[in-house]
Design a protein around this ligand. Structure first.
Ligand code: GBH
Length: 482
């Protein structure tokens, strides 16, 4: 690792990228032999997404990918993080693969390589084939086994062109938002089901890494991306608040880090959930299967949370994101409350706290000193201002520029203190389908006009290009075209 005393200057081999996910950008939902996914079903169910938005068309990336690759190239990015839609390449999740779907990704990877961009590929960013959900989804062990078959086939078909293989994106969301709070597909609200989903997602990761290494050899760069929660105790000198933090950490972080990197589920969580499930879905040998060598850990970071013990009286405060959901994703932490965080906040209502990223990366580095990391997502939704002068459109997004600037700086601080962070991916390349929030929330550094599908670089895209091409953090005033 190259060290530098200046947190604003990054080494030449530091990777600057941007990220997307299949269901959020592709559209073409019924084209090219693609099968339905749980997000097609969920978004087409009235009341599940804001304004009833679906990913049927999204950014029409399925047809416009050559233009999008041009944008990636013109941004000067060294890497692009994309996900494969499982139902596009294997419509039912088991059985036949779909040559047309595989060709779509094969062509996309070729174009990225021709543009000098390294593909970082996620195998699962939440679009489970509906047939697998009908058979029990992630609560079903067979889904993990099917995932390994799919992963093996992708490694065989595309392995020579992929730089990093990421198995899962944010299994916390897939399990706890999908099966506990129900705000994500498939919209189930059952704690026991969610805990089984956690385990089968972890198992799917382990089986997939094994399959990928079997096909591509031990030098294959394998990875998983986690949304690790930075949880602060409201009063760090209060044992009760520290205990509240520990409960939140266990369900949100340790139920993944534990099995993936340390070979066990957190004992406290097992105890506190004993009345919900007997955990018999964890079979002999599973923990060995899950704990596989990782080339790099992907870290997604957006904001922080603050918790304290709940007295049991009055109305319990809940995390901003889950106020209206039917179930809580904080299993085993029913007696804690989430306090409103001081601002500023993004359009998602998430608080902005760049120091949380420094803390998180340093903590991970201390715990796993030999594990390289990449920030695989970081970014913010804001209301952008679109102006048009003499037919030239500009999109002003000063708060996004500030957000990206401050977080890259925070990443640089962690690196200066020794954290082995090798890359940063801005979420997202394009405005896209923001899950339950539909098209209402825009995370892109490139604006998408959903009537015309026209792409327009925001000021943040111009700013990010300077960063990616120089490796030196520009001032926020250096945003905009030049
Ligand atoms: C990522 O999820 C996804 O990978 C990506 O697809 C998505 O578009 C992007 O972020 C933006 O949402 O629950 O109130 O404590 C991020 C999901 C964000 C979930 C922060 C938990 C904490 C708010 N996480 N959130 S709260």
């Amino acid at each position: 690792m190259t060290t530098t005393s200046d947190a604003r200057t990054f080494p030449d081999d530091f990777v600057w990228g941007s990220a997307t996910a299949s269901y959020q950008i592709e559209g073409g939902a019924t084209e090219g032999g693609r099968g339905p996914s749980i997000w097609d079903t969920f978004s087409h169910t009235p009341g599940k997404t804001l304004n009833g938005d679906t990913g049927d068309v999204a950014d029409d990336h399925y047809h416009r990918w050559p233009e999008d690759v041009e944008h990636i190239k013109n941004l000067g990015l060294g890497a692009y993080r994309l996900s494969i839609a499982w139902p596009r390449v294997q419509p039912g999740g088991t059985g036949d693969f779909n040559a047309e779907g595989i060709r779509f990704y094969s062509d996309l990877l070729d174009a990225l390589l021709a543009a000098g961009v390294k593909p970082v590929v996620t195998l699962y960013h939440w679009d489970l084939p509906q047939e697998l959900e009908d058979a029990g989804g992630w609560a079903n062990r067979a889904t993990a086994e099917a995932f390994a078959v799919y992963a093996r086939r992708m490694a065989e078909e595309l392995g020579d062109r992929v730089d990093v293989w990421t198995t899962l994106n944010e299994p916390w969301c897939s399990s706890l938002l999908g099966y506990a709070s129900g705000v994500h597909a498939p919209g189930v609200t059952d704690a026991a089901t969610a805990l089984a989903a956690i385990h089968h997602l972890n198992l799917a990761h382990g089986l997939a890494v094994t399959a990928i290494r079997d096909v591509l050899g031990e030098s294959a760069k394998t990875s998983i991306t986690l949304n690790l929660h930075v949880v602060r105790a409201d009063d760090p000198s209060s044992d009760a608040d520290l205990e509240a933090k520990r409960k939140a950490d266990e369900i949100a972080n340790e139920s993944f880090l534990g099995p993936l990197l340390e070979g066990a589920y957190p004992a406290g969580l097992l105890k506190r959930t004993a009345s919900v499930t007997d955990w018999s879905f964890v079979r002999d040998g599973d923990l060995e299967l899950i704990r596989q060598p990782l080339g790099v850990l992907g870290v997604n970071y957006y904001s922080t949370a603050r918790v304290r013990a709940w007295s049991g009286e009055g109305e319990r405060q809940q995390a901003d994101g889950h106020k209206d959901s039917a179930g809580s994703p904080w299993i085993g932490a029913e007696d804690i409350e989430f306090l409103p965080q001081p601002g500023p906040h993004t359009a998602m209502g998430w608080n902005i706290e760049p120091a949380g990223l420094t803390d998180l990366l340093l903590e991970l580095h201390e715990r796993y000193p030999d594990l390289p990391m990449m920030v695989t997502e970081n970014g913010a939704a804001f209301d952008d201002e679109v102006t048009e002068t003499d037919g030239v459109k500009r999109v002003h997004d000063p708060r996004r520029v500030q957000y990206l600037h401050d977080h890259v700086e925070a990443l640089g601080r962690a690196r200066d203190k020794g954290a082995d962070v090798r890359g940063y991916f801005a979420w997202s390349l394009l405005d896209n389908f923001e899950w339950a929030y539909g098209y209402d929330r825009r995370f892109g550094i490139i604006r998408v006009d959903y009537d015309t599908q026209e792409r327009t670089w925001k000021d943040s895209a111009h700013w990010y290009r300077r960063l990616a091409t120089t490796g030196v953090l520009p001032e926020v005033t250096e945003a905009g075209p030049r």
